[in-house]
Design a protein around this ligand. Sequence first.
Ligand SMILES: [Ca+2]
Length: 142
Amino acid sequence: MRTSRTILQMTLALTLGLLGLVAAATPAAAAQSRADLAGCPANTLCFYNDEDFLGHIFTIQAGESIPSLHAYVCAGCDSPKHGAGDGNFGDQMSSWVNNTSWSYCWYYDINYGSYVTVMPAGQAISWVGKRTQDEASSVRPC
Ligand SMILES: [Ca+2]
């Protein structure tokens, strides 16, 4: 009797321990699936020209710096704020996913002028807000 009760207690303890491991793993799994849903590949920083990770995607490899997003053609892109962004990726970004281990910063102007904000590693923002959307002109690790 004593032996079977001890086994039952051990089984219960093991089960609770496994449940604890599953619960601890859940937040990381949720963060990963969020990046997957946004369609941003691993080791890549993704800029989307629409909110909620929609529209044209501009991808930046981990560690890469982009002094002018205006230098990259985006057929059909239309910047409602700045004519200089029409047809290119400058002044377009409305949401982003940083699926890298690098911290990135983005800027209103080309050549990293007028710092706006940091994009921490492993984070995503579904809308940067009315003031700062359609403004990004350069981006680099920081
Ligand atoms: Ca936009």
